[in-house]
Write a protein of this length. Structure first.
Length: 731
């Protein structure tokens, strides 16, 4: 029983870490709720009325979520600068409250400045957000000049409580976040192995479902790897450590994805295309006459996958038994240790051995030196290879030329500022026609739909989600308002729960976030004695008006069409793909070392931007079904290319230290033709290209190959480049 309890607790911890990498969402929710609770407590001790309590709660929330820097020092500076900005904003709002036209004009100017401030980084974004939200808060509580002294005091208390919650109650350091992200990576890697076990045992009727779980697990693992990459600079003591962790994370991610592909191949009579792991609905390899592996080999493979999952979750220091398990799995990297089985199944065992090596390297990088007393010769050889790779990590970074940046109205922040200003002016005019007292809800919606969007289609999708969440939140708000009545303590408790849920679900679903915001507003209106069902219905109408105003402004004022946006991002992805592939092949051909992993992560980031930009095309409600399928296919195709490019870059970075890989000048000639296939083309657009047929991925070559060799390109398409990269990355 004593041993079962820690195991149960560890399992719960792993699930929490995997669902919320770095506990960033949990920390954001707790920090915001803590700031609001402290503010309410202080104001209650000062006998503040309900209006000031509501103002303090909203101000504390704004002061907390607006600050986005990763380091504590810059966070403190931004918070300190935010207070005078908030004081100026509330003062101007109160002074202009009786001057309708002047107040509206100033609000539009403030909105323009707040959005334009995003070009100055996180601090500019935070200060602009504070200025806008506090002005909106003033309109919400009806600030007037005679209320200013009290509101100044409320803002000061709110910012002080926000600082206390951020730096004392729920402190977060870059090193601590990175540590939790590393735990989350391990937990998600273990979950991916669970999904691969499910794929191994899935019958004909369940294989699609199991494969969907593998796809989800692979995507979640990659997401965590990208989050770790974004935190390495601040969370590690030096550049060498950062590069070591980055390399080991990349190795583990590549090995896990490759293992999934090999399992899929072992189920059929033909080689599985890597695209199958990235494209829902992709055809599966046809099953052969024989069952996947023979029963005995299946049992051994199932046992070894479970053992690999155990190595991921528990340190080898837990016992000699785990060390022996590790030694056995690493032994699969040698031909003589492979069990008797069909060739495709033997490849899976090799993949298990390579994954065990990646797990060993990950543990050495994250946990430091391990006990080597139980090492087998195969494990000792793996350690020597890892040590040799570590010695080659401290290379100088290659210089990057600054890309041409747009200026004037072509600059994204300037264009967005103009669009939001025009949309907000339309929202003010229309909102005041609906209600002279609550027109600001339309402006708030118009502002929000432009945040983190870059095309008309993205704004339309975000506006739809905002409207849907608001409609559902109105229904919930009516019910909550009836339950809490005018019980102040109960009402604020409900608001705190909604605020926590809002921040916890924000990265997952914008619709859910809008739902909790609107539900909380229903309770706040009850506290302010302004609640009625008509008020919440008006909230829906103002939200719809704000969405319409934003879409009209985005479509008519300096528009960025979705197809233009996706074309630009597709070109960027293909350029990054060419850059990574060309540089890696040059290094494999004996060229000078360059910074390959950083370039591959730039490719991943460009692909992530493209994936976000295609959401309007891939949304379930889109009527353009063919266009949706094409966009999904192109993105999946590029994800396949990115996987092979990462693997190729990881292999190239092993030179010249790795004992079993040598440079081969013969790679250069076929590589030139292959890289040319990924040159951007105006026809290669997710919005206009029909899905081409994908050539099969080459088979896994013998593990005894010492130098990568490249097959010739088979077609002028990114898929051909992927196939070539796949052959190069096998070692």
């Amino acid at each position: 029983m004593k041993a079962a309890a820690p195991a149960w607790a560890a399992g719960v911890r792993d699930r929490v870490l995997a669902s919320d990498p770095g506990l960033l969402r949990l920390a954001a929710g707790l920090r915001t709720v803590g700031a609001i609770t402290l503010t309410l407590a202080v104001l209650s001790l000062l006998d503040a009325d309900v209006t000031h309590l509501v103002a303090g709660a909203v101000a504390a929330m704004v002061a907390t979520f607006a600050v986005r820097e990763k380091q504590r020092g810059p966070q403190a500076v931004t918070l300190a600068l935010g207070l005078p900005v908030a004081l100026a904003s509330v003062s101007l709002a109160a002074l202009l409250s009786s001057h309708v036209v002047a107040g509206d004009v100033f609000f539009v100017v403030l909105i323009f400045c707040a959005v334009y401030g995003r070009r100055f980084g996180d601090r500019g974004t935070a200060l602009g957000l504070i200025g806008f939200q506090v002005y909106f808060l003033s309109l919400f509580v009806g600030a007037t000049p005679h209320l200013l002294p009290g509101l100044w005091g409320v803002l000061a208390v709110a910012f002080a409580c926000s600082a206390l919650a951020r730096f004392v109650l729920v402190p977060q350091t870059s090193a601590g976040i990175l540590l939790r992200l590393r735990h989350a990576f391990r937990a998600r890697l273990a979950q991916l192995l669970d999904a691969q076990l499910e794929l191994l045992d899935a019958g004909p009727d369940d294989v699609e479902k199991a494969l969907a779980h593998v796809r989800t697990g692979t995507a979640r693992l990659h997401e965590t790897a990208m989050m770790i990459h974004g935190r390495l600079e601040e969370g590690t003591p030096d550049e060498a450590t950062a590069r070591l962790v980055q390399r080991r994370i990349a190795d583990a991610e590549i090995a896990a994805e490759r293992l999934g592909l090999l399992l899929l191949t072992a189920r059929g009579a033909e080689r599985a295309d890597t695209l199958t792991l990235h494209l829902p609905g992709a055809p599966l390899p046809e099953r052969g006459r024989l069952p996947m592996p023979e029963e005995e080999a299946t049992d051994v493979l199932r046992r070894d996958l479970r053992a690999l999952r155990l190595l991921v979750r528990r340190p080898v220091a837990d016992g000699t038994g785990l060390a022996q398990v590790r030694n056995r799995l690493l032994g699969y990297r040698d031909e003589e240790h492979l069990p008797p089985a069909p060739p495709a199944v033997r490849d899976v065992f090799r993949g298990v051995g390579e994954s065990a090596r990646a797990v060993l390297g990950l543990r050495l990088a994250l946990d430091g030196p391990q006990d080597e007393s139980d090492d087998s010769p195969e494990t000792a050889r793996s350690r020597e290879e890892l040590d040799a790779e570590d010695a080659a990590i401290g290379r100088e970074e290659s210089g990057e030329e600054d890309a041409d940046r747009p200026t004037g109205l072509r600059r994204p922040t300037t264009r967005a500022a103009v669009q939001v200003a025009v949309g907000s002016a339309l929202a003010i005019v229309g909102g005041e026609l609906l209600s002279t007292h609550r027109w600001y809800w339309a402006v708030l919606t118009c502002w929000i739909v432009f945040i983190n969007t870059a095309s008309t289609g993205e704004i339309l999708v975000k506006g739809y989600r905002r409207l849907l969440g608001t409609v559902l939140g109105v229904v919930a708000g009516i019910g909550l308002a009836g339950l809490v009545g005018h019980h102040t303590g109960t009402a604020f408790a409900v608001v705190l729960l909604c605020v926590f849920a809002m921040f916890y679900t924000a990265p997952l679903s914008y619709t859910l976030m809008s739902f909790f915001v609107t539900a909380a507003l229903g309770v706040l209106y009850t506290l302010l004695h302004t609640y009625s069902p008509d008020v919440l219905v008006l909230r829906v109408e103002e939200t719809a008006l704000g969405v319409a105003s934003g879409v009209v402004a985005a479509a008519l004022v300096l528009p960025v069409r979705t197809d233009r946006r996706t074309d630009e991002l597709l070109t960027t992805v293909l350029e990054r793909l060419t850059d990574v592939t060309g540089a890696a092949v040059e290094q494999l051909s004996g060229g000078p070392p360059v910074e390959l992993l950083d370039r591959s992560r730039e490719l991943d980031q460009a692909l992530s931007d493209l994936r976000s930009a295609t959401q309007p095309l891939t949304h379930p409600v889109t009527p353009l079904r063919t266009r949706r399928d094409t966009a999904r296919y192109v993105v999946a195709l590029l994800e396949t290319c990115a996987y092979h490019a990462r693997a190729l870059a990881a292999t190239a970075e092993l030179l010249p230290a790795h004992p079993s890989i040598a440079a081969d000048p013969g790679c250069a000639a076929p590589a030139g033709a292959s890289c040319a296939t990924s040159t951007p083309s105006p026809r290669a657009s997710p919005t206009s290209t029909a899905p081409p047929r994908s050539p099969p991925v080459p088979a896994w070559p013998p593990s005894s190959a010492r130098a990568p060799t490249a097959p010739p390109a088979t077609a002028a398409s990114p898929t051909a480049s992927c196939a070539t990269c796949n052959a190069w990355t096998r070692r």
